[in-house]
Ligand binder design. Sequence first.
Ligand code: ATP
Ligand code: ZN
Length: 224
Amino acid sequence: MSKQRLTIAVQKSGRLSKESIKLLSACGVKFNMHEARLMVHSTSHPIDLLRVRDDDIPGLVMDGVVDLGLVGENVLEEESLEREMRQQSNQFRSLRRLDFGHCRLSIALPTEQNFNGIADLEGLKIATTYPRLLERYLKDQGVNAKPVMLTGSVEVAPRAGLANAVCDLVSTGATLEANGLREQQVIFRSQVQLIQRAEALDPSKQQMMDKLLARIDGVQLAKE
Ligand code: ATP
Ligand code: ZN
């Protein structure tokens, strides 16, 4: 990683990509985007983008491989809990919550299934991509249920007989409905955060950082 240039990890392609680039553009940071490239250099500022899967962003920041990251709190909190369990470093600085990537992590059951409260989850298998967030919630609620880890197609798990319920990201609920599932309990609300590595930046990078943050605040304010 560059000693002079601020490196920001952003999602390469997915729900956060467009808004992440849009935010930086609104701050006056210009890029010549090449779809295939992992690393993109700004043509206007000493800033580089590292374009990766969103799941990799918290770890890259926590390991100090990049200076900044734009990532959903769902992914951030899950990685933080996972690292805590493995006794790996999970330090970072939360700089700002940003006004995009809003979603919720919810428990959903087959529509025909009766549900009268969290206690009804006792003994069930729950498919999820967020086992640590789910475990924490179940523990807080004093319910014994078993997270079944799936990295994709979580919503088909009940029909496939892999689980009794799901714990998945929802924004409108249309995907759940299309799969015969009904949202029953929100366990985590999420939006995008701008995070920074724990270790201090070089003075020149810090200067760039301060400028960028002031512009982000300006952009956010203008949106309100
Ligand atoms: P990647 O290939 O980068 O791992 P992905 O498939 O995990 O991509 P996306 O579906 O693009 O991820 O979602 C990225 C993030 O967008 C989520 O982690 C979450 O923070 C946010 N998000 C907002 N709304 C939704 C939604 N309805 N479903 C899923 N994620 C959402
Ligand atoms: Zn992902």
